[in-house]
Design a protein around this ligand. Structure first.
Ligand code: PMP
Length: 297
């Protein structure tokens, strides 16, 4: 399906409680969510028929919406059932899921209290394209010119559309310059996160990752921290200055879409993906794939 526009695919999308043909899952141009970013969303992966950390993603969706003053008209159980229904109706076992919540088109100005809260869930095939060996070559990141904002200026714990404006600007600039992605600093100048993934650094059995006090505390991040600790690594969450990157041997990103992605370059700093990245890729793959997770028990 690569290359087929997102609004032109075949299949079914769960839309406000019912399954709609993919091409009919539309909203009006005067939708509040489009103009004022009153929108939150999730990104989830289903491996071998099981949505990895499904309950955690549903909980974050509801929490993100509540942070933007939006009360979902569905319970967590109903969202869980809807995700299942979307996968089954589309015949998907290995897929990416995109639940989205937004304010509707009842009124169009800054206040949103009279605008209905809508929910849709789509799913499509999005494989992990690269083998471990291919991944271990690492991706190249440039420094973004944009900084993750102060939590006093925007609610960073929500996976909210508005937080992605500078991610898109950063990622597009990086790609135009021949890089795979951009690494952002935060408003204080500390290392923050990539445009859709968290970042980790390895030296021997020590792993350091930025404190999630103004970035998304990713579900993959939390999973990988636990896996690394269980595998005997010391994991430290702390503020990191960019110049400290010179002290580390390996670097990787984590995220639902990125999974564990080794990094070979961040601006002027070089890394050689090796045993640490390999081990964490293997541990994360085993934990997230039900057949492998069962075999490992
Ligand atoms: N940071 C940002 C900005 C993201 O968009 C994502 C992807 N949701 C992450 C981190 C990683 O989050 P998760 O592991 O929950 O997918």
């Amino acid at each position: 399906m690569a290359g087929v526009p997102m609004d032109q695919r075949e299949g079914w999308i769960w839309f406000d409680g019912e399954l709609k043909p993919w091409k009919d899952a539309k909203i009006h141009v005067l939708t509040h969510g489009l103009h004022y970013a009153s929108s939150v969303f999730e990104g989830e992966r289903c491996y071998g028929g099981e949505i990895f950390k499904s309950a955690e993603h549903t909980e974050r969706l509801i929490r993100s919406a509540a942070t933007l003053d939006m009360q979902l008209p569905y319970s967590a159980e109903e969202i869980e059932a809807a995700k299942r229904l979307v996968l089954d109706k589309n015949g998907l076992t290995d897929a990416y899921l995109r639940p989205v919540v937004w304010r509707g088109s009842e009124e169009l100005s800054v206040p949103a209290r009279n605008n209905k809260v809508h929910v849709a869930i789509a799913a499509w095939v999005w494989p992990s394209y690269f083998s471990t060996e291919e991944k271990l070559k690492g991706i190249r990141l440039e420094w973004s010119k944009w900084r993750r904002p102060d939590p006093a200026t925007i609610p960073h714990t929500a996976k909210a559309a508005g937080l992605y404006m500078i991610c898109t600007l950063s990622k597009d600039a990086a790609m135009a310059n021949g890089y795979a992605d951009a690494l952002m600093l935060d408003y204080r100048g500390y290392v923050a996160e990539a445009t859709g993934a968290n970042v980790f650094f390895i030296k021997g059995k020590n792993i350091v990752t930025p404190t999630p006090d103004c970035i998304l505390n990713g579900i993959t991040r939390q999973t990988v921290i636990q896996l690394a600790k269980d595998a005997g690594y010391t994991v430290t969450e702390r503020h990191m200055k960019p110049e400290e990157l010179a002290e580390f041997d390996e670097c990787f990103l984590t995220g639902t879409a990125a999974e564990v992605t080794p990094v070979s370059e961040v601006g002027e700093y070089r890394f050689t993906p090796g045993n640490g990245c390999r081990e964490l890729i293997e541990l994360y793959t085993a934990a997230s794939h039900p057949a492998k997770a069962a075999a490992a028990e």
